[in-house]
Design a protein around this ligand. Structure first.
Ligand code: ME8
Length: 632
């Protein structure tokens, strides 16, 4: 049986825009999922959106939208963001999905039948923003929500209650028997303290509104949004609808969450699972909170940074590297744009970028292909030993979610690579033909170090690692190839451009607090020159024939007249345009795009279309113009 690994993020409330804080947890979970896949685990990575409850309902009402329509629109933002951030989730759960709703009802019914849910009256405080009940003893003199510091509402409702108190002792026992159940240790200790005080029963239904999962046996009630949300971790992997999948992945190996929702995950959720007689997750890891440039992330401060702005300006790999390297996972941390730039210049451009560029340049100047090792010499033992040690330490740190340490350790090797160049002086070896064999070994050793670094970085710097492999003419053939002297020699290498250009801090405008559009316009990195633009040959084309491509919902085959020349292109617009509606229309195409095949059909060019969050429209010209006309 292959081993499985199941990792989750919190499911995010749809009514706040995703920011660098929500992206942080998802990026971490993605790194872990990629690492586990690389290690050969059959990995399942889940994220999603939390769409029920009073807060979402009120936001929908404020936007004058039906809550389901509102949710559909906003959930898409998360789906799209994760795509842009190259998040490799295997599923995306929405709490409005049918299978999820049914599973929540199954939980509620079973727990009720067992006597763990009973009808009662709730009177106390409620934070609509955090969807959390609070009692007087939780509050200080300001009567604000202890988590988000917003005003609370007084609630008096008939509610169903979950007999959480019954699970105090079983939970204490579980915590004692599984010291690693909650991480980091100081978060486990916080939970233990709450447990030692004894748990009180909690409200698990609401009656004052109806945007939620209906309680199966009492239509006046909807299930409390947190009860509903926590069930996502099992509903998404088949509980109640695909037993085989559920048994394959449950219990989860790790739930990654922020510290403010630890109580729900480490106390309420395990108690619900105990009530359902299901195994508990192996680990809950509650990380700290990020601030941005020293301030709490909030819309009103304007620092709820859209992660897209950052990746546009700095690149996804650099942002990820910075987050994992500079912020000690588990503790609170600050996202500082200055420090991000320092990391890019020092670690990525200088240490890693230079090592690779120097090595590849010397190979291309002195050999036709990547040379095989030949004559051994001084410092070879050292580079081998350090590579092997680094790999060992890397596994240890990654397995413990110690990303800062894992990267610091890899960088020790990167720095040693540069030092090895200084010590072995390959530029001197290159001057003397009798030293060619030694030069071959030095450059092979460096290539091998770089290849090992690329493998270790691959769960984090996905694109960069892929690029390094291409530059070295290598293919990643599995984790067994992580080790000394497993680089294939005799292959063509590609020097190309350095991987990370240095940021000139004198000219650079920082992007935090900018909108996506401003950021795009401001920095040279994301600007194109007129020469760049002139590489594109854009032309007007008239559609003369259009038809659906069999077995494809999205694709149309279009025959175009481009100034007397007939062209065929394939366009993904079948869901929006019928073939008939397109005949005779004048569209804009990229004329000099490399031809490709889509669903086996040749496509020679691409039409341009504009897209917002839910519409797509083809670009046309303002009035009649001859097909073939150039766009400039
Ligand atoms: O709580 N720093 O959703 P949510 C680090 N729907 N992480 C942060 C952060 C910050 N400043 N801000 C947000 C909910 N996060 C519930 C969860 S799960 C069954 C239901 C991350 O949209 C962090 O992971 O408020 C935090 O726990 C989560 O976003 C809260 O997301």
């Amino acid at each position: 049986m292959p081993s499985t690994f199941y990792v989750t993020t919190p499911i995010y409330y749809i009514n706040s825009d995703p920011h660098i804080g929500s992206a942080y947890t998802t990026i971490i979970a993605d790194v872990v999922a990629r690492y586990k896949r690389m290690m050969g685990y059959d990995t399942f990575f889940l994220t999603g959106t939390d769409e029920h409850g009073q807060h979402v309902l009120r936001s929908a009402q404020a936007a004058k939208k039906d809550p389901k329509e509102f949710s559909d629109e906003l959930a898409r933002r998360f789906v799209n963001l994760w795509k842009e951030l190259e998040i490799s989730n295997d599923a995306f759960v929405r709490t409005t999905d049918d299978y999820h709703v049914k599973t929540v009802q199954l939980f509620f019914q079973k727990m009720y039948d067992k006597g763990d849910i009973y009808l009662g009256k709730y009177e106390g405080w409620y934070c609509v923003n955090c969807e959390t009940f609070w009692t007087d003893k939780d509050l200080d003199e300001n009567n604000l929500c202890p988590t988000c510091q917003r005003p609370l509402e007084h609630v008096k409702e008939e509610n169903y209650f979950f007999r959480l108190s019954k699970y105090t002792e079983p939970l204490l026992k579980h915590f004692r028997e599984h010291p690693d159940f909650v991480g980091p240790d100081f978060r486990r200790n916080e939970m233990l303290r709450i447990l030692e005080d004894g748990l009180e029963d909690v409200s698990v239904s609401r009656t004052s509104f109806n945007w939620g999962v209906p309680v199966p046996f009492d239509s006046k009630h909807v299930v409390y949004v947190w009860f509903d949300a926590l069930v996502n971790y099992v509903s998404a992997i088949g509980y109640g609808w695909d037993e085989e999948m559920f048994n394959k992945y449950w219990p989860a190996d790790v739930h990654f969450i922020g510290k403010e929702i630890n109580r729900f995950h480490s106390l309420v959720w395990p108690a619900m699972l105990m009530s359902m007689e299901l195994p508990l997750p192996k680990k809950i890891f509650a990380h700290g909170w990020l601030t941005v440039n020293g301030e709490k992330i909030s819309k009103s401060r304007g620092n709820a940074v859209d992660p897209r702005v950052l990746i546009k300006a700095y690149g996804i790999d650099a942002v990820k590297y910075y987050l994992l390297r500079d912020i000690q996972f588990g503790n609170d941390g600050d996202f500082s744009e200055d420090n991000l730039i320092v990391r890019i210049n020092a670690d990525l451009a200088n240490d890693l970028g230079n090592l690779i560029h120097r090595t590849l340049s010397m190979i291309s100047q002195n050999f036709d292909s990547l040379p095989a090792p030949s004559e051994v010499g001084a410092y070879d033992d050292e580079i081998e030993k350090l590579t092997i040690e680094t790999i060992k330490e890397y596994f240890r740190f990654m397995d413990e979610f110690k990303f800062t340490e894992a990267l610091t350790n890899v960088w020790k090797l990167v720095k040693f690579g540069n030092k090895y160049i200084d010590l072995t002086e390959p530029w001197l070896l290159a001057r003397d033909i009798s030293k060619k064999a030694r030069l071959a070994t030095v450059l092979y050793n460096l290539s091998d170090l770089i290849r090992n670094v690329a493998i270790m970085l691959s769960p984090i710097l996905v694109k960069t690692s892929d690029n390094i492999f291409k530059k070295l003419g290598q293919k990643f053939e599995g984790i067994e190839t992580l080790g000394w002297h497993k680089t294939i020699s005799g292959v063509k290498i590609v020097v190309g451009e350095p991987l990370f250009p240095r940021i000139d801090t004198k000219k650079w405008k920082k992007v935090i607090n900018m909108t996506k559009e401003e950021a795009q316009k401001t920095n040279e990195n994301s600007q194109v020159t007129i020469e760049d633009f002139s590489k594109l040959d854009l032309r007007v084309a008239r559609i003369v024939k259009a038809e659906r491509i069999p077995k494809s919902e999205k694709l149309l085959r279009l025959i175009l007249d481009v100034g007397g020349e007939e062209r065929q292109i394939v366009a993904g617009i079948a869901k929006i345009y019928t073939p008939e509606s397109l005949i005779g229309r004048e569209i804009i195409i990229i004329y000099n795009l490399k031809p490709t095949k889509l669903m086996g059909v040749d496509s020679n060019g691409m039409l341009l279309a504009a897209k917002d969050s839910n519409k797509l429209r083809i670009l046309t010209v303002d009035g009649q113009i001859d097909p073939g006309a150039k766009i400039s």
